[in-house]
Design a protein around this ligand. Structure first.
Ligand code: GMT
Length: 385
């Protein structure tokens, strides 16, 4: 199959899922074309067999707001025609589904079919879509899609409840490559941990785009309580609007020498397996991809019971879940686990097992391939059903 993929190429779960999907599809023998304003960050160094098409957005002085969605639609239509794409798969509804709709309509005038699939990731529905100025166009994008998937049951239900779409929504959960996200051998792990912590110190990790929804101040508060009870370090991976507030809080609490702000890392899979616990105290997560990546590396999470997180983390088995803002509860659970090596090992093992049995790329990517086949069959582009 020849598949065009569009996503937000910068730091963020939807772009990560889109990129990993493209890599897996290319490995399965499909021809994959990314169409975005810059190369997706996780694609760097892994672009073999994948083509990237940059979307140029002209900056004519009249345009106070350069029309990216139109430039994207134009590039989608061009790439689809030049490379004879079978379908487009867009990640995040706004504006990608609208650009794909325009591309499909442009090509229809040349008697070419270009069905498109929209995958909903979360904030496109919970934040962007519910801003009333975007609601009608988000619903239009969903209804015009030839197929729609959501990354958790929570998000599917939320979309139906808020948007009443005409188009059916299929849940295809996020996934992780369990060979890339995998525990390290003892010697390699010890050597890696020594970069950040002294022997005997526990390592907690947080990874996000540091947006308000991630509650990064809670991460620092939780860690501050943990560090009072036992020797520990905190790795903060990523960057975004709330990073400096988190740095300020670490200084104010006098723990800045124990908190390492590592910024945006391309190779998260090398750092996650060094940690003991992941902290994910978000206000909302439609899935919580980083918790799954950590689980695959044998790292359980202390997280909030929000959105799709309980579908990923089984409370008390593969991690612990608490109400939003329950900093004391989350810190207490972290200390309890880190002090009880028997229970910790059991949870770490269960986390890895759950990631492998339910969310490995080898299990989920075929669901997308089957979905593509069905959409193609329904749109008359074959293969035969
Ligand atoms: O959480 C963000 O700010 C990024 C956002 C995105 O679109 O990149 O993440 C959403 O998609 C991820 C991948 O499917 C999910 O794992 C996140 O839970 C979801 N974020 C929210 O729902 C807040």
């Amino acid at each position: 199959m020849k598949i065009g993929i569009t996503c937000y190429p910068t730091y963020g779960g939807s772009g990560v899922v889109a990129t990993e999907l493209g890599i897996e599809l290319a490995a399965a023998g499909h021809q994959v074309h990314f169409i975005a304003y810059s190369q997706p960050f996780r694609l760097r160094g892994r672009e073999q067999d994948i083509q990237f098409h940059e979307v140029p957005v002209s900056n004519y002085p009249l345009f106070e707001y350069p029309p990216y969605d139109l430039a994207l639609a134009t590039r989608m239509a061009e790439v689809a025609a030049y490379y004879e794409l079978d379908l487009l798969h867009v990640h995040y509804a706004i504006p990608h589904s609208i650009s794909a709709y325009l591309a499909r309509e442009m090509l229809a005038r040349q008697n070419r079919r270009l069905p498109f699939i929209t995958t909903l990731h979360g904030t496109d529905i919970t934040l962007v879509g519910l801003d009333h100025s975007y609601l009608p166009i988000t619903r239009f994008g969903i209804d015009q899609s030839d197929g729609v998937t959501a990354i958790s049951n929570y998000l599917r239900e939320k979309t139906i409840q808020e948007f009443h779409p005409e188009r059916a929504i299929e849940v295809i959960p996020n996934f992780v490559n369990c060979d890339v996200y995998t525990p390290l051998g003892a010697a390699e792990r010890e050597a890696g941990r020594a970069r950040y912590a002294a022997p005997g110190e526990k390592i907690l990790v947080h990874l996000s785009n540091f947006r308000p929804v991630k509650r990064t101040a809670d991460v620092v508060r939780i860690f501050s309580r943990v560090a009072r009870e036992l020797p520990a370090r905190l790795l903060m991976i990523g960057d975004g609007p709330d990073r400096s507030a988190a740095e300020w809080l670490a200084h104010r609490k006098g723990i800045h020498d124990k908190v390492h702000f590592l910024g945006k890392l391309g190779s998260v899979s090398e750092v996650l397996p060094l940690a003991d616990l992941l902290l994910l105290p978000s206000e909302l997560e439609s899935f919580g991809l980083v918790a799954l990546e950590a689980m695959a590396c044998r790292v359980p999470s202390i997280a909030t019971r929000v959105g799709g997180v309980p579908e990923v983390i089984d409370d008390g088995v593969t991690g612990r879940l608490f109400p939003v803002g329950d900093v004391d509860g989350m810190a207490g659970a972290a200390v309890e686990l880190l002090r009880d090596s028997g229970r910790f090992e059991e949870m770490a093992e269960a986390a890895r097992r759950a990631a492998r049995s339910r969310y490995c790329a080898s299990k989920i990517v075929p669901l997308y391939e089957r979905f593509y086949d069905n959409i193609l069959a329904a749109s008359g582009n074959g293969p035969a059903a």
